[in-house]
Design a binder for this molecule. Structure first.
Ligand code: ATR
Length: 277
């Protein structure tokens, strides 16, 4: 029997900036699914009650955005290993017998995007430098380690936060001082910017790529603008460049598939639609 009136949504505070509804509604229409995807502005003090009420009124799951990604974990029935190691969830699925499963698909999105753009990518040969030590950095590091990457250089303006990541993830993390990041470029073949530097209305990332190998890949998680200064510089060096939009789109795939029963595609059409909105 074809299910109808399937409901999911995205929860945050504020929420009006979220572009998840644009993406989910595009896929719903594309697959002719009778479903809805709604933005929900929820205050922290209402979280627990909202999470217990929504499944009763038909919600199948939720995406979670700032500032609730960490807080939802305390109410979850099940926390997936990757959500646990990242310490945050972005995809909640309500369980048939009550409660919900909290998952984090950011790392999945990162890897799916990387593999789409670099089919020859092999974890064992990858030597990455991750710029930044916030939530996005955690997702990237966790997914790279899960995949079998042996050593990850991490640098951050606030060194202490990079050290915390080493304490958390262990000896495969090598902390590099922020002022020394240009020198380490000689030794790596994947550079990932997880900071907000380069984003519209933010400072640019001031990093010369003179030392990077032409065969290296550069990924910027920033997607607004789509071609950041870092990617322009990487292009000049002849590096392979991957923008942040793919990760954003791919991280939505597992939620859509779980709630609406169809695995959506992340193709050029999806990218174009998203950029035009
Ligand atoms: P997210 O969860 O999206 O990763 P976050 O936790 O606020 O967000 O992390 C933002 C990252 O951008 C951090 O690594 C931050 O560095 P600090 O830990 O030193 O704050 C980095 N960042 C933001 N503004 C920066 C700036 N002007 N210079 C260098 N790094 C910056």
């Amino acid at each position: 029997m074809k299910k109808s009136n399937l409901i999911a949504g995205v929860m945050g505070n504020p929420i009006s900036h979220s572009k998840s509804p644009v993406l989910f509604r595009y896929w719903l229409e594309k697959f002719k699914i009778q479903g809805q995807y709604v933005p929900l502005k929820i205050a922290y003090q209402d979280l627990e009650q909202v999470l217990s009420t929504l499944p009763k009124i038909g919600f199948l799951g939720l995406n979670v955005t700032i500032p609730h990604k960490e807080a939802v974990l305390e109410f979850a029935e099940i926390v997936t290993p990757r959500a646990k190691s990242i310490g945050a969830a972005n995809t909640l699925t309500f369980l048939p017998n009550g409660g919900f499963k909290a998952d984090n698909t950011d790392g999945f999105g990162f890897l799916a995007n990387l593999k789409e753009h670099q089919q020859s990518w092999r974890a064992k040969k990858c030597i990455p430098l991750v710029l930044g030590a916030g939530g996005a950095s955690r997702s990237v590091i966790s997914s790279l380690l899960d995949e079998g990457v042996r050593l990850i250089y991490v640098t951050n303006r606030t060194l202490e936060r990079a050290r915390e990541l080493k304490n958390f993830f262990g000896s495969q993390i090598e902390v590099v001082e922020w002022n020394n990041k240009a020198e380490i470029l000689n030794d790596i073949n994947l550079l990932i910017n997880t900071t907000s530097l380069g984003m519209i209305d933010h400072k640019i990332l001031d990093l010369s790529l003179d030392n990077i190998a032409e065969s290296a890949t550069v990924i910027d998680l920033v997607y607004n603008p789509i071609k950041t200064q870092l990617l322009k510089e990487a292009e000049k060096q002849g590096c392979k460049c991957i923008d942040g939009l793919g990760m954003l789109l791919y991280q939505a795939v597992p939620g859509f598939e779980q709630w609406f029963g169809v695995k959506p595609m992340v193709d050029n059409e999806t990218r174009k639609m998203f950029l035009a909105k």
